[in-house]
Design a binder for this molecule. Structure first.
Ligand code: NAI
Ligand code: MG
Length: 332
C-alpha cells in the first residue's frame, strides 16, 4: 500500500466548521473503498474563534501543520480572513489560484452549459503591494510582471488544460499595458513553444463581455492576478450560488483547497450549509494527488445529487448538510 497523504484540515469559523467535516467524510469514504488511497488528517485552528482565545488568528502550530502537510483543506475565517488566508497562501508559495466555474444541472445557473477553469497568477501584478502616496492627493501603484512568474503560471495552465482536455485562452490588456502584459504574453508564448501547444489571447474587457454572452467557447482561462480575481467572480455569478464553488491554491510542493464562500454568519450553526463547494475541494484534492478516478467519482456523485436531491435551502431544498453529505457518500 502506498504511503498515506497527510492533509491539514483547518475548518476555521462559521460554516467552515460544517462544510469541511462534510468534505473530510467524503474523503474518508473514498479512502475506505479504494486500494492505494489513504489519508492522515491533522487538524488545526484558524480565524476569529482562535484569535479571541489566543490573540492570533493564525497560530504558528497551524501554519506549520499546513507547511508540513501534502495538502490542506481550509474552510473560511470571519473578520480575520485576510490575516489567515493570505499568509497561508504565501507559506506554501501558492503561485496558481485555480477557480473552476462549472454549472451543474438542476441548480438554475444563468449559464447552464458553462464549464470553465480560471488559472490566475497569484503572486504579483497589481497585488504585489507597491503602492505609494507621492504627494497630497496623488497616489500610485506599481504593477509587477516577471518572466519567471508568467512562465510558471503559463506552464501550470497549459498542463492543467491538457490533463482535463480544455482549450486555453489567455486574458490580457497588452494594447494598453504594453510592457507588463507584453511580458506576460511573452512568458505564455515561450512556454507554448516549448510544450508545442496552442492557445488564443483575448483582451480582458472583451472577454468579460463574451463570457457573459456565451461562456461555452472557453475552457482554461489563464489570467494575470487582478483580471483573474475579477473574471472568476464574474463567472461564479453565472454558474450558481456560492455554496457550489471550490478553489485551489497550488504551490510547487503543496496545495491548499478552499471553498469560495465565507463563514455565512446568517446560517452558521443551523447545520444547513451547502457542503458542495467543500466536497468539490475534496475532489480537486484527490485529482491533485493523481487519484483521478476517485476525483471523477466524487464529481459524478455531486452532480447526481445536485440534479436529483436532496438539496440544502440555498438551492431551494429542505435538507441538512448531513443529509446531502450522506446522499453523496451513498452514491460513491
Ligand atoms: P459568505 O460567503 O459567507 O456569505 C454570502 C451569502 O451566501 C450568505 O447569505 C450565505 O448564507 C450564503 N452562503 C455562502 N456559502 C454558503 C453555503 N455553503 N451554503 C449555503 N449558503 C451559503 O460571504 P459574506 O457574507 O460576504 O462574508 C461573511 C464572513 O465570511 C465575513 O466575515 C468575511 O470576512 C468572511 N469571508 C471569508 C472568506 C475566506 O475565509 N476565504 C471568503 C469570504 C468571506
Ligand atoms: Mg476575489
Amino acid at each position: 500500500m502506498s504511503e498515506a497523504k497527510r492533509v491539514a484540515v483547518v475548518p476555521g469559523d462559521g460554516i467552515g466548521r460544517e462544510a469541511i467535516p462534510a468534505a473530510q467524510q467524503v474523503l474518508d469514504a473514498v479512502a475506505d473503498g479504494r486500494e492505494g488511497i489513504d489519508f492522515e488528517f491533522v487538524s488545526g485552528e484558524a480565524g476569529d474563534r482562535v484569535q479571541e482565545r489566543t490573540g492570533s488568528a493564525l497560530p504558528e502550530e497551524t501554519r506549520e501543520l499546513v507547511t508540513g502537510a501534502d495538502a490542506a483543506l481550509f474552510g473560511a475565517a470571519g473578520e480575520t480572513a485576510a490575516e489567515v488566508i493570505i499568509p497561508l497562501r504565501r507559506a506554501i508559495d501558492a503561485f496558481a489560484n485555480v477557480r473552476p466555474a462549472t454549472a451543474y444541472p438542476g441548480v438554475g445557473a444563468l449559464q447552464p452549459e458553462a464549464d470553465l477553469v480560471f488559472v490566475r497568477e497569484n503572486t504579483e501584478g497589481v497585488y504585489a503591494g507597491h503602492e505609494a502616496d507621492l504627494a497630497p492627493g496623488v497616489t500610485t501603484l506599481t504593477r509587477v510582471i516577471t518572466a519567471e512568474a508568467s512562465e510558471r503560471i503559463a506552464r501550470f495552465g497549459f498542463e492543467y488544460a491538457a490533463e482535463h482536455d480544455y482549450s486555453v485562452t489567455v486574458a490580457h490588456k497588452a494594447n494598453v499595458m504594453q510592457t507588463t502584459d507584453g511580458q506576460f504574453l511573452e512568458g505564455v508564448a515561450t512556454v507554448s513553444e516549448e510544450l508545442d501547444v496552442e492557445y488564443e489571447t483575448v483582451l480582458m474587457d472583451a472577454l468579460a463581455m463574451e463570457l457573459v454572452r456565451d461562456p461555452t467557447d472557453y475552457g482554461v482561462v489563464i489570467c494575470p492576478n487582478l483580471a483573474g480575481d475579477v473574471l472568476s467572480d464574474l463567472a461564479a455569478g453565472f454558474v450558481g450560488g456560492l455554496g457550489l464553488l471550490a478553489s485551489a491554491n497550488i504551490g510547487p510542493e503543496r496545495a491548499l483547497f478552499e471553498p469560495v464562500h465565507g463563514t455565512a454568519p446568517d446560517i452558521a450553526g443551523q447545520k444547513v450549509a451547502n457542503p458542495t463547494a467543500a466536497i468539490l475541494c475534496g475532489a480537486h484534492l484527490l485529482e491533485y494527488f493523481e487519484f483521478e478516478a476517485a476525483g471523477a467519482d466524487v464529481r459524478e456523485a455531486v452532480t447526481e445529487t445536485l440534479a436529483d436531491g436532496p438539496r440544502t435551502p440555498d438551492l431551494g431544498g429542505e435538507a441538512s448538510t448531513d443529509e446531502v453529505t450522506a446522499a453523496i457518500v451513498d452514491r460513491l
